[in-house]
Ligand binder design. Structure first.
Ligand code: OFO
Length: 168
């Protein structure tokens, strides 16, 4: 049985993971329109992964006799200045998600919910991998520079870290 405070913050995370999925979907669509098929591919996969994260929270809350709630989301941005700014925005968003996972861990400690805390450790590790993977993409992008975006676009789909896409 989940404490109310834990249930509430887990539900908030459903919203955040869902928004992550929509944000990356919007970025994918923008990149596809700009002719960056490889970047779009990476972002479509990332969007699917975030949806799996969201579903993990839904299932966990319901499995623990809580009530998962799905809510409406803010519309994500639809325009992005360029590929450099887009990946900076992805990193910024992943850091925000890492902080929100840490906030949930803090609430679990406060409420002595060691079960949820232990379940959350998968997300703690996942966030380390996701931030590292986006950082290495940004490094590669800087290294190749504006003139080599063709090569970057060709290589980026293979630069996927983490393993968040397995079944819930
Ligand atoms: Fe990008 O990560 Fe979900 O949790």
């Amino acid at each position: 049985m989940l404490a109310k405070k834990v249930e509430d913050i887990l539900n908030l995370q459903i919203e955040r993971e869902d928004y992550s999925s929509q944000l990356y979907l919007s970025m994918a669509s923008w990149a596809e329109n700009q002719g960056f098929g490889g970047v779009a591919n990476w972002l479509y996969m990332q969007s699917d992964e975030e949806r799996m994260h969201m579903l993990k929270f839904v299932k966990y809350i319901n499995d623990r006799d809580g009530k998962a709630s799905i809510c409406g989301l803010d519309k994500p941005p639809v325009e992005f200045e360029d590929i450099f700014k887009l990946f900076d925005a992805v990193l910024k968003h992943e850091r925000y998600i890492s902080n929100s996972i840490n906030e949930i861990v803090a609430v679990c400690m406060e409420e002595k919910d060691f079960t949820t805390n232990s379940w959350l450790q998968w997300f703690v590790t996942e966030q380390i991998e996701e931030e590292a993977s986006v950082k290495s993409i940004i490094d590669k992008l800087k290294l190749l520079g504006e003139k080599n975006l063709y090569m970057f676009d060709r290589d980026v789909p293979s630069m996927r870290g983490g393993g968040g896409n397995e079944a819930v």
